[in-house]
Design a protein around this ligand. Structure first.
Ligand SMILES: [Zn+2]
Ligand SMILES: [Zn+2]
Length: 321
């Protein structure tokens, strides 16, 4: 089949109309794209920050309708996130932990993504969208939502003191999910003008500047800025977890003593295993979690990428076609 999309042919190049042909394998689903969110990862890929994947059709926060494929009735409204394939047979895939499969296939990394008429994904990575979720405001859940939900599922319980650093595409969703899990949420930002909005998303507290010691059980760092890890480890309560979610280019440097003496952990998390992603969508539907989005037509994808690149998106740009 012919698929029409937008592709960059070189690092930092403009996206231009691009056509390719592909046939779905027997375990694959063809999704006709109606919406696609723009993630900072799309910008990194388009800018060549993570290597050469050109021609690059970006897009991995896809909502659309099944056109054909394994296990889905045509017309079913579905989502596709960062991952579109894995080996299906290794110990990790068998355990339902496909994200860490050595043959993890990204939707728009060495595979053509969602800035297109269609996207093809293995059926395990195609998720029925709960009817309560509106397609535009739910598209960012497929990557940003999955990324913040995973560490909350692992480490947060009602009453957990959660700090969310950075109130942007990931952070504004993290605050909502944590709030709906009855955590005590502190939104951390460098910008005082985000306080009212952060509180409207469910933050109990708003912090500009340095945290106090022993303040949080869980820190979700959605920022890519250089953090003062001495202060942030000290800000963890004993047994606390610092989860790095933002794709920071520089190393996260930690000293041994705050880890040893406080039984603290530093971990990372990105996207979500398939069952967790589906659970996240259902949680969002039940609890009214949704992204605040700016919708733009897909043929304005260059302008839309510029909004995301500049950091001025409030809080996610979603392409519609
Ligand atoms: Zn992403
Ligand atoms: Zn595998």
């Amino acid at each position: 089949m012919k698929i029409e999309g937008y592709a960059a042919s070189e690092a930092k190049g403009v996206l231009t109309p691009f056509e390719y042909t592909a046939e779905p394998g027997k375990d694959e689903v063809v999704v006709r794209v109606t919406h696609c969110g723009i993630c900072h990862s799309d910008v990194h890929l388009a800018d060549g920050d993570w290597g050469e994947f050109f021609p690059l059709v970006p897009g991995h926060e896809v909502v659309g309708e099944v056109e054909q494929g394994a296990g889905f009735a045509p017309g079913t409204r579905v989502g596709v996130g960062w991952q579109c394939g894995s080996c299906g047979t290794c110990e990790w895939c068998e355990a339902g932990k496909e994200v860490v499969c050595a043959e993890h296939q990204g939707t728009c990394m060495g595979h053509h993504g969602g800035f297109a008429s269609h996207v093809i994904a293995q059926s395990r990575f195609v998720f029925p969208m709960p009817p309560e979720l509106d397609s535009a405001s739910a598209a960012p859940l497929l990557c940003a939502g999955a990324t913040v939900y995973t560490p909350l599922k692992l480490y947060a319980r009602p009453g957990t003191r959660v700090a969310v650093i950075g109130i942007g595409g990931l952070g504004h969703l993290a605050v909502q999910f944590a709030g709906k899990m009855d955590c005590e949420v502190t939104a951390v930002s460098t910008r005082t003008d985000k306080e009212a909005e952060a509180k409207s998303y469910g933050a109990a507290h708003f912090l500009v500047g340095e945290p106090g010691s022993r303040s949080f059980d869980l820190v979700l760092n959605t920022s890519t800025a250089n953090m003062n890890m001495e202060i942030w480890l000290e800000a963890l309560r004993p047994e606390g977890v610092f989860a790095q979610l933002g794709a920071a280019p520089q190393p996260v440097e930690v000293a041994a003593f705050p880890l040893i003496m406080g039984y603290r952990s530093v971990t990372g998390s990105g996207v979500a295993h398939p069952a967790v992603l589906q659970e996240m969508l259902e949680f969002a539907a039940r609890n009214g979690v949704k992204a605040q989005v700016q919708v733009m037509p897909m043929d304005q994808c260059n302008e839309a990428m510029a909004v995301t690149r500049s950091g001025s998106a409030r809080y996610r740009v979603v392409l519609e076609r």
